[in-house]
Design a binder for this molecule. Structure first.
Ligand SMILES: [Zn+2]
Ligand SMILES: [Zn+2]
Length: 143
């Protein structure tokens, strides 16, 4: 697990000023991958005490723009955040409870970026979401 000084270094390397809310949000995203904003606000507050929603939104926006955090938003879900950036991994989402897990690229590296037709676009990300039922929900609802 990265430490506070690792998070401070990541912020500096991304040319972001080191602030306690930024460190706390980075820590929360690393500790609880695929959390939504509400869950992250809860984690940051346990860490720092009272922090406004807006402050956490602003930090998430800055971290996402700097590439330190990846934002994913499956349909019918609020935005979720994770610290696993730059490897173009995919996600599997449960249709019932919305739980999310990471799925590595089936072919390794980032072959999904080699779209069969690029239509002249310069492509830098492929977002693949597998939908289904998590083990807990498939045991309860889909025997
Ligand atoms: Zn489920
Ligand atoms: Zn992920």
């Amino acid at each position: 697990m990265p430490t506070t000084s690792d998070f401070e270094r990541m912020l500096r390397e991304a040319s972001l000023r080191v602030t306690r809310p930024r460190v706390a949000v980075l820590n929360a995203v690393h500790t609880q991958p695929h959390s939504d904003t509400e869950q992250l606000i809860g984690a940051v507050r346990r860490d720092l005490g009272e922090v406004s929603h807006q402050a956490v939104y602003d930090v998430l926006h800055a971290l996402t723009a700097a590439g330190l955090v990846r934002r994913i938003q499956p349909s019918n879900s609020v935005a979720r955040y994770e610290s696993r950036v730059g490897d173009n991994h995919h996600h599997v989402v449960c249709r019932t409870c919305g739980s999310i897990a990471d799925v590595d690229c089936a072919l390794g590296e980032t072959p999904c970026l080699d779209a069969s037709q690029d239509h002249g676009f310069s492509i830098d990300e492929a977002e693949v979401i597998f939908w289904g039922y998590c083990p807990r929900c498939s045991a309860t609802h889909h025997p």
